[in-house]
Design a protein around this ligand. Structure first.
Ligand code: OXD
Ligand code: MN
Length: 601
């Protein structure tokens, strides 16, 4: 096999921080015996280690140094062009029975899968360095925080994990030396980045992940989608908490009243933009702060949901990010950022479609080829990414490290829908909210390989991330609701509705503050609304549209409920539930019937 990740040889004092926990040492020994690396590098997360790894990555062309004046301490990485997104068709949940994985996951029998993967890993790290990356997910003093170890032969993974997680000694200290302590085992090898030998496999009952044949973040930063969502959701159900594909933001009114909101949107639907929203001038004195942009871990305390962001950085989609669309993201990625698959300008700056200003006259595209504005190809891949520490975000919430988390007043479900779904409406109660989440749908994006723009049902934006049977997941949501004495209000939003002319009706971005304000008003029990068959709907008067140049007919269209479209929608809900083969809880079928009955009234 071609060695695409040659070994590196650290000087004394780097790469030698071994854990004391015998269970970890035994596991590393086992994987070492299997993969036969040239050497083992035990990461401690220090600055010195990071500098060494960057220097070696530059020598091996894993990284390209960017212009120090324009983007200080930042680098560009190019992944293999066959490896630019999550691949759901080779992502598996390997529970003992197929039923436990449920109808929405690819399932593979654990013993067979281990044996297939161990076969692929046999000798896979020959001539390479095997890195052992200890990390924690969650604020250091949160009861929800989990320890993970990722073994990898990719320097890019190590450098990214240092941004995306709290990595190194902090995890060794948290784990301690109890061999029975809970921790996640993650094994990653690039192999030879061959799509035919690419598998991302989860063994929830063993708290284990094995990912081979990819170098793309979502498949290989095992802390993120693999641990924090797939294994996380499995553990959450067992342990009575929630692991969700949700951003968490804080909203503070000019009077200093603060609420936290969690929101689930499918991949590449503007979660990072919403999490970093800057209120328009009209909303003087309002402040939005970011707790997390992708994942929320939530538990019940005193009858309320409290959320932490398990991550330490943002792995966001780059194209379309600009000072106009997301100034806080732009400020966050101006320095100390690891870019993947964007274009490189002649002065070693980065460029992508949708960046402010004119395109460069010449650049090197994400594949490494010459590019000019006349080129047919995109300069940056549509799923090109930044990895940046959350500390870079000027709007970072001050309570982001709070161990108990932040209390959630509202949950928002959103999707990318050209029609049918209004700009905003509110569920009548928790179970109705669970139904809205369970039936949400979105037009697919470039975040995963496959067709783009097709409407697919994506319950709670967890379709690719729920690590167990989706029916049991719905049941878990219903059960959580029973334990909440002060449940969050639940809303549905759609920023993407289009008019008859095919153009977006809503300006989105910072203007979403107008919708958020209504959500907060409802939490404060003073927002106006009318009862509609879908839920509580604001009238145009209930939304503060002051200073916004928008046509009245657009607003009416945005809030409109078209009965014919909804008949189709409800029929699709039924088809979706039916396609799940009997796992959907009775309560949700009942919700659908009540939904249909409200239209008949
Ligand atoms: C992500 C995704 O990378 O959802 O966050 O795909
Ligand atoms: Mn995501």
């Amino acid at each position: 096999m071609k060695n695409i990740a040659p070994a590196i040889f650290p000087p004394n004092g780097i790469g030698d921080t071994k854990p004391t926990n015998q269970a970890v040492l035994d596991w590393v020994h086992e994987i070492g015996k299997l993969t036969t690396p040239e050497n083992i590098f035990w990461c401690d997360g220090s600055e010195r280690e990071n500098e060494f790894l960057i220097a070696e990555s530059l020598k091996q062309n894993v990284l390209i140094k960017l212009n120090e004046k324009k983007v200080p301490r930042s680098y560009l990485h190019r992944s293999n062009p066959n490896d630019v997104a999550r691949v759901e068709k080779v992502t598996f949940i390997c529970t003992p029975t197929k039923e436990e994985a449920g109808p929405t996951n690819n399932w593979s029998e654990p013993a067979d899968t281990y044996s297939k993967l161990y076969g692929l890993l046999n000798g896979a790290m020959r001539g390479r360095t095997m890195f052992v990356v200890p990390y924690i997910m969650g604020p250091p003093d949160s009861p929800l925080t989990k320890v993970g170890f990722e073994i990898t032969d990719s320097k890019y993974v190590v450098l990214s994990m240092r941004i995306m997680t709290r990595m190194g000694k902090i995890a060794l200290e948290r784990l301690g030396s109890d061999p029975k302590a809970e921790w996640n085992r993650g094994v990653h090898s690039l192999l030879d980045v061959d799509p035919e030998r690419r598998f991302i496999c989860h063994f929830p009952q063993d708290n284990t992940i094995i990912s081979v044949g990819s170098g793309y973040g979502g498949n290989v930063l095992l802390s993120k989608k693999c641990l924090a969502l797939r294994i996380g959701s499995y553990l959450a159900r067992k342990q009575g908490w929630m692991a969700e594909h949700m951003l968490i933001l804080g909203v503070e009114s000019p009077e200093g009243k603060k609420h936290y909101v969690a929101a689930a949107f499918p991949s590449a639907c503007g979660k990072t933009n919403f999490a970093m929203l800057i209120p328009p001038a009209h909303f003087k004195g309002w402040k939005v702060t970011t707790v997390g942009d992708d994942i929320a871990w939530m538990e019940i305390r005193s009858g309320r949901l409290y959320a932490v962001n398990p991550e330490n950085g943002y792995f966001g989609v780059v194209p379309g990010t600009s000072y106009k669309s997301n100034p806080n993201a732009m400020k966050s990625i101006e320095h100390d950022t690891l870019y993947t698959n964007v274009a490189l300008t002649d002065d070693a700056d980065v460029w992508w479609e949708g960046k402010d200003g004119a395109p460069p006259e010449h650049a090197i595209d994400w594949r490494g080829n010459d590019w000019t504005p006349d080129s047919k190809e995109k300069a940056a891949h549509p799923n090109s990414r930044f990895a940046t520490p959350m500390r870079n975000n000027p709007a970072l919430d001050p309570d982001v490290e709070k161990g108990e988390g932040v209390p959630i007043s509202a949950i928002i479900f959103g999707g990318r829908r050209s029609d049918t779904v209004p700009l905003i409406y509110e569920a009548f109660d928790w179970i109705h909210g669970v139904y809205l989440g369970a039936t949400m749908a979105s037009e697919t994006t470039a975040a995963a390989t496959g067709a783009v723009g097709k409407v697919r049902r994506d319950p709670m934006a967890m379709l690719p991330f729920c690590g167990y049977n989706i029916g049991d997941y719905f049941r878990h949501w219903i059960d959580i609701g029973k334990r909440l004495t002060n449940p969050p209000l639940v809303f549905s939003v759609n920023w993407f509705r289009k008019g008859a002319n095919g153009k977006f009706l809503w300006p989105g971005f910072g203007e979403n503050m107008r919708v958020l304000e209504w959500v907060i008003d409802r939490c404060e029990q003073n927002g106006g609304a009318v009862k509609s068959p879908v839920g509580w709907l604001p009238t145009p008067h209930d939304l503060d549209l002051g200073g916004l140049d928008i046509d009245h007919t657009c607003v009416a269209d945005l809030l409109g409920i078209d009965h014919e479209e909804w008949q189709k929608e409800l029929a699709e809900h039924k088809m979706f539930f039916d396609s799940l083969g009997g796992v959907v809880p009775e309560e949700l079928h009942k919700q659908r019937e009540q939904f249909a009955a409200r239209f008949a009234e």
